[in-house]
Design a binder for this molecule. Structure first.
Ligand code: FAD
Length: 416
């Protein structure tokens, strides 16, 4: 129930980004409203979390809740090559002795509900089944936001700061014309949930598995979840997956035939969901803050599912944005300069992950060969894979990797 007509901070969307921002702004005593169009808890893709998300759960005081709910522990990642070669799993704890060296595979409806409850417990007003219809962004805040609740009633609310955390809807960025798609990352995904699939097997720790298809034109994610199901998703170029004729189900099954390692894992499994499809999910925004407004999480950009960075980046951008918002509200300064204080540092970190994503999609490039030639970059690669991109300089690895990638693209043989 929306009690007031005026708030310090109004957040559009109750995903990980919106709820984290709201929790951290509300706990500073600022009136905060989160408006979610769906009924909570709601389904969402994005189950494998990057280890560095741990620190944000600590900050929110919910680390013990993650284990109480019983989410599957993610111990590492494993890659299966196009030739079917299964890499030794990359176990985080073997490379990092900090407490964040394990992560989780979450069921998003439960995980997002936990964050929703956290925002409420920190003092935010949270309403679901209520849609933001319109945002009247003025030169200076307060801005006006029109919302429509489940009973069909429309209300106009004024707010000093609007946080767009509407995910891929990217409501504000679309209105302000800030979206830039990555032409080289025009991917699509088809996914579903399987019961009876092989999990880690042999008492091995559970990991997120990334499996190339034999043709290397697509890859599968394989994420065991705590309800006994495994999330299995196929990712490839948009046209390759969605414009070849036939249904998404047909494409998914054809590519399973093209990936013996997935076939083996799913041999006794049955699908317990419908097929889901997502496309055109990779983009950035040319600005992430303005006078009285901020974009967090996917609403400010999304790279690609390959390294499971989406939720972590939604959480991280929210922590950084919340610091700028609360400081601004304390100082009565919600200018673009104040609210955008964090965006440069954030983009710097995201940039390293973007480069790593592009390296993955350079088919002729091999991470294994590269690390064999430059073993001292092992630590930098670990830092990138776990999301430790906002401190130190994990990007040093690219001084040596970039020439390899350029040569690989040109079809030249690569070597140190
Ligand atoms: C195929 C695919 C696979 C992925 N796999 C992973 C993974 O394994 N690991 C990972 O970390 N990330 C993954 N991601 C990314 C992850 O799903 C997102 O990065 C993450 O959910 C972003 O969180 P968010 O809070 O920004 O947005 P969301 O979680 O999308 O939340 C936005 C919320 O805003 C609400 N909303 C939208 N419009 C309105 C409106 N007008 N009014 C009110 N509410 C509104 C929506 O209903 C939604 O609840 C994947 C993404 C894709 C596309």
């Amino acid at each position: 129930m929306i009690a007031n007509r005026s708030y310090d901070c109004l957040v559009i969307g109750a995903g990980p980004g919106g709820c984290t921002t709201a929790a951290l702004v509300a706990e500073q005593g600022f009136s905060t409203l989160v408006v979610e169009r769906d009924k909570m808890p709601r389904f969402h893709v994005g189950e494998s979390l990057m280890p560095e998300a741990y620190w944000i759960f600590e900050r929110l005081g919910i680390t013990h809740e993650m284990d109480r709910i019983g989410f599957t522990r993610k111990h590492g990642v494993q890659f299966v090559s196009a030739a079917g070669k299964e890499s030794k799993p990359f176990i985080f704890a073997e490379h990092d002795d900090r407490p964040c060296n394990e992560s989780w595979h979450v069921i998003r409806s439960q995980f997002d509900q936990l964050l929703y409850d956290t925002a409420f417990n920190r003092g935010a007003t949270v309403v679901d089944e209520t849609r933001v219809l319109d945002i009247d962004i003025r030169k200076q805040s307060p801005h006006r936001v029109t919302v429509k609740s489940a009973d069909g009633k429309e209300n106009e609310i004024t707010t000093k700061v609007v946080v767009d955390a509407s995910g891929q809807s990217a409501m504000l960025a679309n209105r302000l014309g800030l979206i830039e798609h990555y032409p080289d990352l025009k991917k699509a995904a088809i996914w579903g949930y399987f019961k009876g699939a092989i999990r880690a097997g042999g008492g091995n720790p559970e990991v997120t598995c990334i499996l190339h298809t034999e043709s290397k034109e697509a890859w599968f994610w394989y994420i065991p979840l705590s309800d006994g199901t495994v999330s299995v998703g196929l990712v490839g170029d948009n046209d390759f997956l969605l414009k070849r004729g036939g249904s998404p189900q047909k494409t998914f099954n054809e590519e399973i035939k093209n990936c013996p390692a997935i076939r083996r894992r799913l041999q006794d499994a049955s699908m317990v969901s419908k097929f889901n499809v997502a496309k055109e999910f990779s983009y950035k925004t040319t600005e992430q803050a303005g006078n009285g407004w901020v974009l967090v999480g996917d609403a400010g950009g999304f790279i690609d599912p390959i390294y499971s960075s989406g939720v972590f980046l939604a959480l991280k951008s929210s922590v950084m944005a919340a610091e700028a918002i609360t400081e601004g509200l304390h100082k009565n300064n919600v200018s673009a300069k104040q609210l955008g204080k964090w965006t440069r540092d954030y983009e710097g970190g995201v940039d390293w992950l973007r480069k790593l994503v592009r390296a993955f999609y350079t088919n002729e490039f091999s991470f294994a060969e590269f690390i064999k030639a430059y073993p001292h970059h092992g630590g930098n690669l670990t830092n990138l894979l776990i999301g430790r991109v906002f401190e130190g300089n994990p990007g040093r690895i690219f001084e040596d990797m970039d020439p390899w990638i350029e040569k690989a693209k040109a079809g030249e043989s690569v070597g140190a």
